[in-house]
Design a protein around this ligand. Structure first.
Ligand code: PGA
Length: 253
């Protein structure tokens, strides 16, 4: 059985107080309303990680994640945060290769391999993002583009390592735009990703990997998207900043 995961990516939003309020609301609502086995991951900005962790406490189904980590283990890299630091404060997951990092911070596929390596070496579970820009989608080359991202960043890992990686498919044209991929478009790509992983790592392993959808996922479209057989959850941006919306998305499973 694949893990069902809903992860909230807060991006660069919220003061400490706002982050604490949001976390408390989510923790309480989840306790009262969420049954079943969905894994929930909160990915606040680095500076809020420890206080969010405290508020999550021992809520067994809510985990802490970071939005990025360094591809280096330690040293003179001003401003960077290592995977071992994240693990030491209780993070369980880390988002790697978000399209905003690829675009604004020029993170390339090879560097992302280093980040995934650091995460795995420090017992963090990477949420590895992939996704195509609009012009690639319009040319019909989206499957090729995304599978190449996966090949270049992840195909050097062993089966044991690959098993721990969560994939998030996030079409760039759908992120923060209010334009969601249709559930058919999501399913097409998720199935193609799984097939691609199966080609390298075997069918059994590919069927165990959770593939999340991200891009304008909201309470009113989550149920339809999550109903597709190869969609195992979501990476939620904007809607994860509103406790009611985020928990309603979790409940769409
Ligand atoms: P969005 O962002 O839900 O605001 O579109 C998703 C993401 O970037 O992870």
């Amino acid at each position: 059985m694949r893990k069902k995961i809903v992860a909230g990516n807060w991006k660069m939003n919220g003061t400490l107080e706002e982050g604490q309020k949001l976390t408390s609301e989510i923790v309480n609502m989840v306790k009262d309303e969420v049954k079943g086995e969905v894994i929930i991951v909160l990915n606040p900005p680095y500076v809020h990680l420890q206080s969010v962790k405290k508020l999550i406490g021992d809520a067994g189904n809510i985990f802490l994640g970071a939005q990025n980590c360094s591809d280096k283990s330690a040293g003179a890299y001003t401003g960077e945060v290592s995977a071992s630091m994240l693990a030491s404060i209780g993070a369980s997951y880390v988002i790697i290769g978000h399209s905003e990092r690829r675009e604004y911070f020029k993170e390339a596929n090879e560097e992302l391999t280093g980040k995934v390596k650091q995460a795995l070496g420090n017992r963090l579970l990477p949420i590895f993002c992939c996704g195509e820009p609009l012009e690639i989608r319009e040319k019909g080359n989206h499957v090729e583009y995304v599978t190449q991202q996966l090949t270049e960043s992840l195909f050097g890992f062993s089966e044991g390592e690959m098993k721990k990686i969560v994939i998030a498919y996030e079409p760039i044209w759908a992120i923060g735009t209010g334009k969601t991929a249709s559930s058919e478009q999501a399913q097409e790509m998720h199935a193609a990703i799984r097939k691609h992983l199966a080609g390298k790592f075997g069918k059994a392993l590919a069927s165990e990997i959770s593939i999340l959808y991200g891009g304008s996922c909201k309470p009113d479209n989550a149920e339809e998207i999550f109903s597709k057989p190869d969609v195992d959850g979501g990476l939620i941006g904007g809607a994860s900043l509103k406790s009611r919306d985020f928990v309603d998305i979790i409940k769409s499973f």
